[in-house]
Design a protein. Structure first.
Ligand code: ZN
Ligand code: ZN
Length: 105
């Protein structure tokens, strides 16, 4: 079973389509912010290509009230997907608050 040490539980945030930042895309925002190089969706056990930077909330009670960007395939970052998703805690979460991130890079 996933636990707090090895996994995060996240949920898609809908109605984020109008948001943008100074990076080429939200996926690019994630790469710039984390310096990581993974190319696959962070949802377990998905192994599809990461195509978008998804806006998510942590729903396991940690770091609440903050929006995060993680790399996902289009299937997982879909407005009809309202389920909790398990992601590997080795995936860095980068804040979607651009005044904290890309505006200062
Ligand atoms: Zn996926
Ligand atoms: Zn950015």
């Amino acid at each position: 079973m996933p636990n707090h040490n090895t996994h995060y539980i996240v949920k898609n945030i809908n109605s984020t389509s109008g948001r943008s930042c100074n990076c080429k895309s939200w996926l690019d925002h994630w790469y710039r912010g984390t310096g990581q190089s993974r190319t696959t969706c962070c949802v377990i056990p998905c192994s599809k290509k990461a195509e978008v930077g998804a806006h998510v909330l942590l729903t396991d009670g940690r770091r609440t009230g903050q929006w995060w960007i993680v790399p996902m395939c289009k299937e997982h970052n879909h407005h009809t997907n309202k389920t909790d998703m398990v992601i590997d805690s080795r995936t860095d979460l980068i804040s979607a608050n651009i005044s904290q991130t890309c505006e200062v890079w």
